[in-house]
Design a protein around this ligand. Sequence first.
Ligand code: GUN
Length: 278
Amino acid sequence: MTQLIDGKRISGEIKEELKAEVAEMKAAGREICLAVVQVGEDPASSVYVNNKKKACAYIGIRSEAYELPESAEEEELLALVEQLNMDPKVNGILVQLPLPAHMDADKVIRTISPDKDVDGFHPVSVGRLWIGEKGFCSCTPAGIIELLKRSDISIDGKECVIVGRSNIVGKPMTALLLRENATVTVAHSHTKDLKKITKRADILIVAAGKQQMIDDTYVKDGAVVIDVGMHRNEQNKLCGDVDFEKVKDKVSAITPVPGGVGPMTIAMLMNNCVETAR
Ligand code: GUN
């Protein structure tokens, strides 16, 4: 029987644990505050930002919302981030991406203090991750490690293949799997004979951003498949980078979309916020 890796349940457990931890911190007089900055009114970003604010409220983290118009100058955003860096009441800073085209997102990310970088996007956070120092890690790959561990899937010594090399998922995922003693291969859009590589995987992580690109011909019998994709198909239903129906009976465990990796991202963001106060 294929194990369905239930991200909704596992993220719920994590949120309950964090809620209890935050209540203890509060009783000891310690409050946590996350500053959430949004520029413009991109509808998808507004949904993400609202979900983050709701998760904060549930766990007992105070969130402060900062909304700048689409037309705001980059200098205005940089000044806001610097002000939040210096504010001792603000523990974490999140600038929702994407930013308008006239802003340099890398410059904005570099301006966030690495000690408040709960997204784990700052080059200092990335460097700390790669050399195994304590620091913030990008939330989606951190959530995937937590999903595997809490589903009793061992990583040590496993052959792991990641499809996708983004700064937010593929690259930090590589560092985290190495830390767990896996053997890691990263495939991407220029990879030759992708199937040959993905079929080697004991654990296959797909973050390619291409709707249902992985079917049963790409996976080994009994593999574990983690699907990071999120798309809407022709029937307006959510689906991933993996063709779930074709793959599910061939593998030992798989994440559904929705309800797999997605809910873990916010849970790990909340964990990073709590980490600022630990
Ligand atoms: N836009 C889409 N995902 C993310 C995320 O994880 N963090 C931020 N800051 N922006 C995003």
